[in-house]
Design a protein around this ligand. Structure first.
Ligand code: GDP
Ligand code: MG
Length: 436
């Protein structure tokens, strides 16, 4: 797939707007990539239509060719669809209740132990509840995991789950437990009795979080499972497990797009620390399966920005240089450092100055200088000669610095301006090569 795209990328850069043909050529590949990643076909259809609408007529960035531009839009749109990382809601009276629901084998019990370990390490006093009494092995499994992470497990035989959870809650309250994690039963498919039981639990204790645990390997079916659970009980978050396998995780997109339930965690292994907070950029790249292509696009943009910076430097050498340019140049120093390099190569005072300060000091100076220039009006930046004492005081206040700092920045600017004028006279041609 990546190879095909690279073929499309070979097309020359072009200015102007994206045409339907530009967009369609790439969207064919994107549609396949999403289906391969197990995104539900109805979601793929909507997504492709939305991106197409956004992309056709979109300005082609000068840094990218049209195909790259389309992929960039696809990636951004995927990130937007996946949504921001959402934190666990631990507000309200203690113990807060986190309930894990999902099909059998999805990874609930493992997830319960992973969450318990993580919350415990954050200073919570955690208790696990074994609310899956139908399979003795399930209780034993949670007890073993609880022991491994050093968290108590509540269980009573012969008590139905809603009652069991209510009793666990009471005991937790008495014992100063701050988070109660409820591991519920699952079936091999959606069934009403299970949903009734989950609803009955939520009537006994109100969960802070009801997390749906979904196995990333089950493919397109994940969407039906999520909507089934969502209809029965309100879900507050999604945990996608077994992301250490081959699955690209397209289920996350389907579930998020259709139910709106935020993605909260990824399970990435059987080990009890294999629990990741989810990162939309990373997940979007994985689902697209074009990680290297995204990297390629980012490198193309970075290279282009460098060219722009060089053009700006040449403009400085040609003599038009304002405080605005100065501020912009300073911002770019962080990224690439042409002014610094330039100063270092110079004989005399300024070169020594550039060499004398430490990187930390340079960074601090840069921040102060930026703050000061940002506090100036546009007019002041273009005509620094109007900066009288009262204006300088205002700028110092506005930037949280003092008047000496403002004076120092203005002196640096005048020095730089003078330097560029001199360079211009003494043959800036060699120097513009040096900047690149
Ligand atoms: P439950 O039936 O929903 O409680 O599922 P379990 O927690 O018992 O997990 C079912 C199986 O999947 C077990 O063998 C787990 O070790 C395994 N498992 C759970 N989460 C992950 C994961 O993130 N990655 C991998 N590779 N295996 C997992
Ligand atoms: Mg289980």
């Amino acid at each position: 797939l990546t190879q095909k795209l690279e073929g499309i990328f070979k097309e020359l850069r072009r200015r102007g707007k994206l045409t339907p043909a530009d967009v369609d050529a790439v969207m064919r590949e994107v549609r396949l990539a999403l289906l391969e990643a197990d995104v539900h076909y109805s979601v793929v259809k909507d997504f492709v239509a939305r991106v197409r609408e956004r992309a056709v007529g979109h300005e082609v960035s000068r840094a990218l060719n049209p195909a790259q531009q389309v992929i960039k839009i696809v990636h951004e749109e995927l990130i937007a669809t996946l949504g921001e990382p959402a934190r666990l809601n631990l507000s309200g009276p203690k113990p807060r209740v986190i309930m894990l629901v999902g099909l059998q084998g999805s990874g609930k019990t493992t997830a319960a132990a992973k969450l318990a370990a993580q919350l415990r390490s954050q200073g919570e006093r955690v208790m696990l509840v074994a609310a899956d009494p139908y399979r003795p092995a399930a209780i034993k499994q949670l007890q073993t995991l609880g022991e491994r992470v050093g968290v108590p497990v509540y269980y009573e035989s012969g008590v139905k789950p809603p009652q069991l959870v209510a009793r666990a809650f009471e005991q937790a309250q008495k014992g100063g437990i701050t988070v109660l994690i409820v591991d519920t039963a699952g079936r091999s498919q959606l069934d009403e009795a299970l949903m009734d039981e989950l609803r009955a639990i939520t009537q006994k204790v109100t969960p802070n979080e009801t997390l749906l645990v979904v196995d990333a390997m089950i493919g397109q079916e994940a969407l039906n499972i999520a909507t089934g659970f969502q209809q029965a009980i309100p879900l507050s978050g999604l945990m996608l497990t077994k992301m250490d396998g081959d699955a690209r995780g397209g289920a996350a997109i389907s579930i998020r797009a259709v139910t709106g339930v935020p993605i909260k965690y990824l399970g990435t292994g059987e080990a009890l620390d294999a629990l990741e907070a989810y990162d939309p950029r990373r997940l979007a790249s994985r689902i697209l399966g074009m990680g290297d292509v995204i990297g390629l696009i980012e490198r193309a943009e970075a290279a282009y920005n460098e060219q722009e910076a060089q053009k700006q430097a040449e403009r400085m050498l040609s003599g038009q240089f304002t405080l605005e340019d100065f501020a912009q140049q300073l911002r770019q120093i962080r990224k690439m450092g042409p002014l610094h390099q330039l100063l270092e190569m110079l004989p005399g005072g300024m070169g020594q100055m550039a060499r004398a300060i430490s990187p930390e000091e340079a960074e601090r100076n840069l921040k102060i200088t930026e703050a000061i220039i940002n506090s100036m009006t546009k007019e002041e930046r273009l005509h620094p000669e109007i900066l009288n004492a009262s204006r300088r005081r205002r700028i110092a206040r506005g930037s949280g610095t003092d008047v000496q700092d403002v004076n120092r920045v203005l002196k640096q600017f005048r020095d730089a301006q003078r330097l560029f004028k001199t360079l211009q006279k003494t043959g800036g041609r060699g120097l513009s090569r040096l900047l690149g």
